[in-house]
Design a binder for this molecule. Structure first.
Ligand code: DQA
Length: 144
């Protein structure tokens, strides 16, 4: 069976490409998924790529990932700065975790400088746009 990696995206990322393109870029989430699938294919991996606008749904996905996958890449979007529940779910997954942000959260409003998720992450990529997901996947492949 192929190794699985979960790639999870939080609220409003379904609007990627249309939403504040000067900050988040013009690629859609489908474009991101396609590029990641190409890398997965050449590495004989399976990717589960999901987006949700709901905190509980993201937590359920993390719990499923912890049972059936080798690692998680997560852009928790707005929940990065608010969700202890997502942090707890990531901690209990015991998987390697990479946190990704399209924008450089440290260059933006003060409330974005705090990430509850980072404490559970093995690595963070912030500010490199959609390429951040590609770097995260390559890093995770090397880790697992
Ligand atoms: C984001 C940064 C968050 O602060 C914001 O709420 C998002 C996207 C990013 O990818 O840059 O929705 O996670």
């Amino acid at each position: 069976m192929k190794k699985k990696i979960y790639i999870l995206n939080g609220p409003n990322l379904n609007l990627l490409g249309e939403r504040e393109p000067e900050i988040y870029g013009r690629s859609s989430l489908k474009d991101v998924e396609k590029s990641l699938n190409k890398i997965a294919k050449t590495n004989s991996l399976e990717i589960v790529f999901e987006q949700s606008n709901h905190e509980g749904e993201l937590i359920e996905l993390i719990q499923t990932a912890s049972k059936e996958s080798k690692g998680i890449i997560i852009n928790p979007a707005g929940y990065t700065h608010t969700s202890i529940a997502i942090y707890d779910a990531l901690l209990s997954s015991k998987l390697p975790i990479i946190e990704v942000h399209l924008s450089n959260i440290y260059k933006r409003e003060n409330f974005r400088h705090i990430s509850y998720v980072s404490k559970a992450a093995d690595g963070i990529i912030s500010g490199l746009g959609v390429e951040g997901y590609i770097f995260a996947l390559k890093a995770l492949i090397n880790k697992i």
